[in-house]
Design a protein around this ligand. Structure first.
Ligand SMILES: *Cc1c(COP(=O)(O)O)cnc(C)c1O
Length: 406
């Protein structure tokens, strides 16, 4: 039995401190610039936020707020029950239909969070007789999902379809049970990797999955709304369709500026998940107002292509400025622009110095990222202004030079 041993907890916390791994929450007190999500007051100071996932700058958009408040006046606030009981409203249904159309799939199913979507989908599809092959750097929720399912989780080298194929082949010859060999593996990956900003080799993974009769599941939490001409994400950018990637996960809390998540796929898959995905069945439906706001966000993301163009423009601008200041940014073309620092304490120190200068950039440390690859995870938003992007590059350049000289 678990005993709550406060001395043991204190020892664990002290160990976090020695490894520079203690995490603290910063308190947002206000958004002092109405309508602008990038200016935040944190502990009494105005900071420019360069680490949120509000890539299109939609989180404070009046259309979202208006849609939510109108919906609340008709549907109330809480959904009151799970979808399968009395929680499924017109707004949820309409959002699911619009997400299916947006992703070019037969149906979509809402989940309360991306974490729950991944847990629910993978544990409904895989069990202890199955193998789940995951890119080593996949989001924690995909890896946790495979573990919860009790499946055999095999992680392949990051962005390396040949490594995935070796795992698929090896299993044919090893001592796995006949039952396991008969069943195809589920291959899972992020579309855009959340901590590195690089894009998975989706076309190659799709071809690989097809050769081996496996299903490919892509979690495009950071690609949808951002990549592709129409915001269709990493799949649109790679020219892949439902047939190539039968299971697509998207989240509403990032580029769409809302909250929640969905899975999109063929009708039979969605109907099966409604029966079997436990994180769908045994939880309260999202408040309908969130679905209403998400519908408004989806419309804006589709129609206002200028947000994506502006974002790309800011990415180019930031990278050019960073290169000018000698900053070794990771090779990323998405709004996630990490600066790999290496040492966790150094990353924390840089983050602190940036904050002194008015920029909010979180240090990301192990175990969220591999040991020795602590970093500043800089993200850009269509809501940023050029002068703020330039100033961040300049300040960071000066801090980086000072650090290298030290
Ligand atoms: C953020 C994220 C999730 C989790 O989504 P939430 O809605 O925040 O729970 C899942 N997968 C990836 C790749 C993510 O980046």
């Amino acid at each position: 039995m678990v005993r709550l041993d406060s001395q043991r907890l204190a020892r664990e916390l002290a160990a976090c401190d020695t490894r520079a791994q203690r995490r603290r929450r910063s308190l947002i007190e206000a958004f002092p610039e109405p309508g602008d999500p990038t200016g935040v007051r944190v502990e009494g100071r105005l900071l420019r936020n360069f680490c949120s996932n509000d890539y299109l700058g939609l989180s404070h958009h009046p259309a979202l707020i208006g849609a939510a408040s109108q919906c609340m006046s008709r549907f109330g606030f809480g959904a009151g029950a799970a979808h399968l009981i009395t929680g499924h409203s017109l707004e949820h249904q309409a959002l699911e239909e619009e997400l299916a159309a947006f992703t070019g799939r037969e149906r979509a199913l809402l989940f309360s969070t991306g974490y729950m979507a991944n847990l629910g989908v993978i544990s409904a599809l895989a069990d202890r007789h199955d193998r789940v092959l995951a890119d080593r750097w996949s989001h924690a929720s995909l890896l946790d999902a495979a573990r919860l399912a009790g499946a055999k989780l095999q992680r392949f080298a990051h962005g390396d379809p040949a490594a995935a194929e070796r795992l698929l082949r090896a299993a044919d010859g090893d001592g796995d049970s006949a039952a396991a060999r008969d069943r195809a593996a589920l291959i899972v990956t992020d579309g855009v990797f959340s901590m590195d900003g690089d894009v998975a080799p989706l076309a190659q993974l799709a071809a690989l999955a097809q050769r081996h009769g496996s299903a490919l599941m892509v979690d495009d939490a950071h690609g949808l709304g951002v990549l592709g001409r129409a915001g269709g994400g990493a799949l649109e950018q790679a020219g892949l369709r439902s047939h190539d990637v039968p299971i697509l996960i998207g989240t509403l809390g990032k580029a769409f500026g809302c909250f929640g998540a969905f899975v999109a796929g063929e009708a039979a898959l969605i109907e099966y998940l409604i029966q079997r995905a436990r994180t769908y069945i045994y939880t309260t439906a999202l408040p309908p107002a969130i679905a209403a706001a998400s519908r408004a966000a989806l419309r804006l993301a589709e129609r206002e292509g200028w947000r994506r163009e502006r974002l790309q423009e800011l990415v180019r601008r930031f990278r050019a400025a960073a290169a000018g200041f000698g900053l070794p940014l990771a090779a990323s073309l998405t709004p996630i622009q990490p600066l790999i620092v290496g040492d966790a304490a150094r990353a924390v120190e840089l983050s602190r110095a940036l904050r002194e200068a008015g920029f909010w950039v979180a240090a990301i440390r192990p175990p969220t990222v591999p040991a020795g690859s602590a970093r500043l995870r800089i993200t850009l938003s269509a809501a940023h202004r050029e002068q703020h992007v330039d100033a961040l590059a300049e300040t960071l350049g000066a801090l980086w030079r000072a650090r290298s000289a030290a």
